[in-house]
Design a protein around this ligand. Sequence first.
Ligand SMILES: [Zn+2]
Length: 126
Amino acid sequence: MLGRLRAESVPGLSIRGKLDQSDEGKPALDLAGGHKIALHGDEPTLGVLNDKRIAGVDLEAIGHYTTPTSFEVDPIHLKSMFVHKENRKLLITYWCEVCYIRTYTPGVCWCCQKYTDLDLRPANEP
Ligand SMILES: [Zn+2]
């Protein structure tokens, strides 16, 4: 629901490429044509970008360039990162199957302290 609203109504530059985590703690996006763009964002956003479970994915990020080679991803609550997989656009979420609590950055569930599972969900569905 939010994913659809975001995609249709909010202007923002979208860049897409391969998520490059080769430089520890400094995520980047390898764009077509060999351009490597450093990704920045708020703490939860960086938590996602540094999550090893999504290393190398086909990632779309929405935000703006701060320099020609660095890109600031919009704040986490705007849901500005998507994985493209098999022609589907997936929102990156985290899920606690014990408490049925969804979060948007990796870490422990605030309720039961279990480490949350990565859960990629279709961006156009609630
Ligand atoms: Zn939990």
